[in-house]
Ligand binder design. Structure first.
Ligand code: ADP
Ligand code: MG
Length: 578
C-alpha cells in the first residue's frame, strides 16, 4: 500500500491544496524545532557557567598542566562572573525567543488542524458528489440489491473515517519527511558524527515498521476475519434469543454465547498484544538510537572536541528526528478505515460507464417502431443469461403484455430499453438507428417507467406525481391520479419515507400517475396492477388505453393480460419445467 494514494490527489483538489499547505507547515515546524533546540541549548549552557569552568579544568588536565590546581578557582570565578554578566541580557533574550517559538509551534498546530478539517470536509464532499454522479450514470440496475445499502454506508459513515487520515496521518507523514531532514541538517553543522549516527539509525525505524507489518500482516488479516465472523455470529445468537426463548431453548444458548464472547475476547486481546508489542519495539529502537547519539556526544564533550552548547543542542534535537517517523506508523493504523473507504470509492469511480453515443436526434416513438433483436443480457457474476436471444417488435400505439414465470427476465427487458444494462449480444433499434448511438438522458425521455418497486420519495402525493412533469398544474396532477385509479388520494397527503405512509397498491398507483403525467410516447410498466383490487385495476386499464400511448407492461393478472393487444412470453426455455 502506498503512503499517499495518488488517486486521492488526482480526484480531489482539496487534498492537493492540503498537502501543499501541510508541507509549508511541516517545514515551518522543522525550523521552529531547530530554533527551539538552539535556544534551549544556549539558555542551559548560559545558566551553567560551572560546567564551562569544568570543561576548562578538564581541558587543562588533558593538556597535562601540573600546577593547574589554583587556576580553576579563578577560572571558575571569572567564568561565573562573565557568564553572569552575559546571563542578564542573554537569558532574557533566550527566554523571549523560546516564548515566541512555543507560541509559533502552537499556532502551527492550530493552523494544521484547521487546514486538515477543511480539507477533510472538502475532499469528502468532492468524493461523495463524484460517487453519486458516477453511480447515477451506472444506473439503477448497478445500484440495486445490497449495493445500494453498501453505498449508503460508504457515502455516510464510511467516508467520515477519512477525518483521521487528513487530520493525523497526512500531516504526520509530511512532518516525517521534513522534520528529520531539517534536524539532521542542522545537527551536521554542529556535530557531524552525531548527525551521521542519526542518518544510519533513522532508517531502522521504517525498516522495522515494515518488517513488523510484514510479519503480522497475514496474522492480523486472519484476526480481522475471525473478529468479523465472531461479531456476526454473536449478533446472530443474540438476535435469535427471542425465538429460542419461545421454544424454551434459550438456556442452551447461554454456553454458546459465553463461548463466542470468550473467543471474541481472546481474539481482540491477541490483536492488541501485537499492536502494543510492535509499538514497544519501535519505542525501544528509537530510545537505543538516541542513546547511541548521547554516548557519542558525551565522549566527544569530555574529550573537549565539542562545546557544551553544541552538545546540548544535538542531544535536544536527536529525539526530534525519530519522533515523526514513529508517529507516522501509529497514525497509519488509525486511518486504515478511511483508506479502505477511499479505496472503495475509487473502485466505484473506476467502474467503466456503458459506452453510449451522443446523438440527440432520437426518433419519435409515437411514429417509429421499437425493435429488439437477439438481445442477450448476463448480469455480472452470473453464469446464466438473464435474457437470451430475445426478440420484440413494438409498434406505435400498441399495448403489449410481457408474461412469463418469475425470474425469466421480464424486468430485464424494460431495463434494456431504458439502457440500464449492457447487452452481451443483440441490438435495440428505434426508427432504423441503434439505441446505443443516442445520448442516454435524451433517449430516456421517450419512456415513462413504473418500476417493480414504485420508489416514491419524501413529500406529498402531488410532489411525487410532479416528478413526471414538474410544471403540471393541480388539475393535471388530479387527472393523472384519477387515470391511475387513485382519484381518492389527497394531493397534499404526505407519502413518508419511500412511500411508507401509503399502502402498496396506493404507492403503485401514485407511481403510475407519475408515469401518465409525462408526455413520453412509450410507457414501460412493471406489474402496474399488483396489489390493486379489481375495480382499481379496471380503472387503470381504461386509463392506459385512453392515453393512446405505446405500452409495454409486465403482466401477471388475467384482466391486465386480456386488456393487451397481444402477449409476448419471455424466456420459457429452461424454466418450462421448473
Ligand atoms: P423477472 O422480472 O422476469 O422476474 P428479472 O428480469 O428481474 O426477472 O431477472 C431475470 C434474472 O436476472 C433473474 O434470475 C434474476 O435473479 C437476475 N437478476 C436480475 N437483476 C439482477 C441484478 N441486478 N444482478 C444480478 N442478477 C440479476
Ligand atoms: Mg420483475
Amino acid at each position: 500500500m502506498k503512503p499517499v494514494d495518488p488517486r486521492l490527489l488526482r480526484r480531489a483538489r482539496g487534498a492537493r491544496v492540503f498537502l501543499a499547505a501541510s508541507v509549508l507547515i511541516g517545514i515551518a515546524s522543522g525550523l521552529l524545532i531547530v530554533v527551539q533546540a538552539i535556544l534551549l541549548a544556549r539558555g542551559i549552557a548560559g545558566m551553567v557557567p560551572v560546567a564551562d569552568g569544568g570543561t576548562g579544568v578538564l581541558r587543562g588536565d588533558a593538556g597535562g598542566g601540573e600546577a593547574g590546581g589554583g587556576v580553576p578557582d579563578g577560572g571558575l570565578l571569572g567564568g561565573g562572573l562573565l557568564g553572569g554578566g552575559l546571563l542578564g541580557g542573554g537569558l532574557t533574550a533566550v527566554a523571549l525567543g523560546l516564548g515566541v517559538v512555543v507560541v509559533g509551534r502552537g499556532l502551527l498546530v492550530w493552523g494544521q488542524e484547521v487546514v486538515a478539517q477543511r480539507a477533510a470536509a472538502a475532499v469528502k464532499s468532492t468524493l461523495r458528489r463524484q460517487v453519486l454522479e458516477h453511480s447515477l450514470k451506472l444506473g439503477p440496475v448497478w445500484l440495486s440489491g445490497e449495493r445500494s445499502s453498501a453505498l449508503t454506508t460508504l457515502l455516510t459513515k464510511g467516508l467520515d473515517d477519512l477525518d483521521p487520515y487528513f487530520a493525523r496521518y497526512l500531516p504526520q507523514l509530511v512532518l516525517a519527511a521534513t522534520v528529520p531532514a531539517g534536524v539532521i541538517g542542522w545537527m551536521a553543522t554542529g556535530d557531524l558524527i552525531a548527525a551521521g549516527t542519526v542518518v544510519v539509525t533513522l532508517p531502522l525505524i521504517p525498516i522495522f515498521m515494515a518488517l513488523i507489518g510484514w510479519a503480522t500482516q497475514a496474522h492480523s488479516r486472519r484476526r480481522q476475519h475471525a473478529l468479523s465472523v465472531l461479531a456476526h455470529h454473536f449478533a446472530d445468537v443474540v438476535s435469535g434469543l427471542p425465538t429460542l426463548k419461545l421454544f424454551g431453548r434459550a438456556k442452551a444458548q447461554e454456553s454458546a454465547v459465553r463461548r463466542v464472547t470468550d473467543k471474541h475476547r481472546v481474539a481482540s486481546m491477541s490483536s492488541l498484544r501485537l499492536a502494543f508489542l510492535s509499538s514497544f519495539a519501535l519505542e525501544l529502537l528509537a530510545s537505543i538510537s538516541v542513546a547511541l547519539v548521547a554516548v557519542g556526544v558525551g565522549l566527544r564533550l569530555v574529550d573537549g572536541k565539542l562545546g557544551l552548547e553544541t552538545a546540548l543542542m544535538v542531544l535536544i534535537l536527536a529525539p526530534e528526528a525519530y519522533l515523526p517517523l514513529r508517529q507516522v506508523g501509529m497514525q497509519f493504523h488509525a486511518s486504515a478505515d478511511g483508506v479502505a473507504a477511499s479505496e472503495e470509492v475509487f473502485r466505484i469511480l473506476e467502474t467503466p460507464l456503458p459506452e453510449r453515443g451522443d446523438r440527440t436526434d432520437v426518433p419519435d416513438l409515437r411514429v417509429s417502431p421499437l425493435q429488439l433483436y437477439d438481445v442477450t443480457v448476463r448480469y455480472p457474476g452470473r453464469d446464466e443469461a438473464a435474457l437470451d436471444g430475445f426478440d420484440l417488435d413494438l409498434r406505435p400505439g400498441e399495448v403489449v403484455a410481457l408474461t412469463g414465470p418469475s425470474g425469466t427476465g421480464k424486468s430485464t427487458v424494460l431495463a434494456v430499453l431504458l439502457g440500464f444494462v449492457e447487452l452481451e449480444r443483440g441490438v435495440v433499434v428505434a426508427g432504423g438507428s441503434a439505441a446505443d448511438e443516442f445520448e442516454p438522458t435524451v433517449w430516456r425521455r421517450q419512456f415513462a417507467w413504473v418500476p417493480q418497486r414504485p420508489g416514491l420519495r419524501m413529500g406529498t402525493i402531488a410532489d411525487n406525481v410532479r416528478l413526471g412533469r414538474p410544471d403540471a398544474s393541480d388539475d393535471e396532477v388530479r387527472l393523472a391520479l384519477i387515470a391511475a385509479g387513485a382519484g381518492e388520494l389527497e394531493l397534499d397527503k404526505p407519502v413518508g419515507e419511500q412511500g411508507q405512509l401509503l399502502s402498496g397498491g396506493q404507492q403503485r398507483r401514485v407511481a403510475l400517475a407519475r408515469a401518465l403525467i409525462t408526455d413520453a410516447p412509450v410507457l414501460l410498466l412493471d406489474e402496474p396492477t399488483a396489489g390493486l383490487d379489481p375495480d382499481a385495476e379496471a380503472t387503470v386499464i381504461t386509463g392506459l388505453r385512453a392515453s393512446g400511448r405505446t405500452v409495454l407492461m409486465v403482466a401477471h393478472r388475467p384482466a391486465l393480460i386480456a386488456a393487451a393487444d397481444r402477449t409476448v412470453t419471455v424466456g420459457t426455455r429452461e424454466l418450462v419445467n421448473a
